[in-house]
Design a binder for this molecule. Structure first.
Ligand code: B12
Length: 220
């Protein structure tokens, strides 16, 4: 089976929530393919289709849960490869990263975290359902450069604004680079709430984090 067919097989198995097939098919390509390509071109299209079918009322929560589980089992194979492929660099900066309050979606956050680690960032993963006060307390405690927030729902993205407002209230806004991301987040939203940057991809998230850290260290 060629790579293209295997990627299609992985994508379909994510949709079906068939963990065994996902694991087996990933194992068959992971040693010859770029791990990031495997995520972007096989796993993510499957999950996107699941989201679309869920919106259309064609599938329900149990199916979405099974797809998420299959995805996460696949990630267990891909993540170590991604980390091994990363260059060992000096720490680029310290990041506290979490999914906002009342939101439990973590898959995207975890992908961005893995890629940031491979680029030398020190990451404190706060998990999901993180309150604005926790984001700020943890950033202070870890002496972070960046506060990064993921939100996957239109109903939870407003908590990204709450974190920024809380930083302002505490007189700490200028101390941190604030990055926001997740499905419904775009540039307009980031600008509207006064975040420093956003991206809809893990590669883009790393690029923007590196650029903003360089500016900050350069005293800009
Ligand atoms: C998997 C999934 C789940 C899983 C989550 C498992 C887990 N542990 O994460 C489960 C089944 C648990 C779940 C539950 C629910 N879900 Co859900 N879920 C999804 C689904 C299918 C995929 C999300 C995902 O992982 N995408 C893949 C990742 C890689 O993409 P991503 O997160 O966007 O991340 C990328 C970028 O955004 C960016 N990025 C992400 N974070 C950050 C942060 C920064 C700082 C930066 C710079 C970049 C960045 O980089 C990432 C890599 O490319 C989406 C549909 C979709 N198309 O998104 C629905 C979706 C998000 N869910 C939805 C809903 C409604 C729910 C539920 C309310 C369902 C219910 N009735 O209970 C619950 C919510 C529970 C809660 N309180 O949070 C809706 C949200 C609609 C809305 N209001 O906006 C969606 C859009 C489905 C739909 N089309 O209706 N869900």
């Amino acid at each position: 089976m060629g790579t293209k067919e295997t990627f299609k097989k992985i994508s379909e198995a994510v949709v079906d929530g068939d963990t065994d097939v996902v694991v087996e098919a990933i194992n068959s390509v992971i040693d010859k393919e770029d791990p990031l390509e495997v995520i972007q071109n096989s796993m993510m299209p499957g999950l996107k289709q699941v989201g679309d079918s869920f919106s259309a009322g064609e599938i329900f929560l149990p199916e979405m849960l099974m797809a998420a589980e299959a995805f996460q089992e696949g990630m267990k194979i891909i993540e170590p490869k991604l980390e091994a492929a990363g260059k060992k660099l000096e720490t680029s900066g310290t990041v506290v990263f979490g999914t906002v309050l009342t939101d439990i979606h973590e898959i995207g956050k975890n992908i961005v975290i893995t890629l940031m680690k491979t680029h030398g960032f020190e990451i404190f993963d706060l998990g999901a359902n993180v309150s604005p006060t926790s984001f700020v307390e943890q950033a202070e405690a870890k002496n972070a450069d960046i506060i990064a927030m993921s939100a996957l729902m239109t109903t939870t993205m407003t908590y990204q604004k709450d974190v920024i407002d809380y930083l302002k209230e505490k007189g700490l806004r200028e101390k941190y680079i604030v990055l926001v991301g997740g499905g419904p987040v775009n540039k307009e939203w980031a600008e509207q709430i006064g975040a420093d940057g956003t991206s809809d991809s893990a590669v883009g998230a790393v690029e923007i984090a590196e650029r903003l850290i360089a500016n900050k260290k350069g005293g800009k």
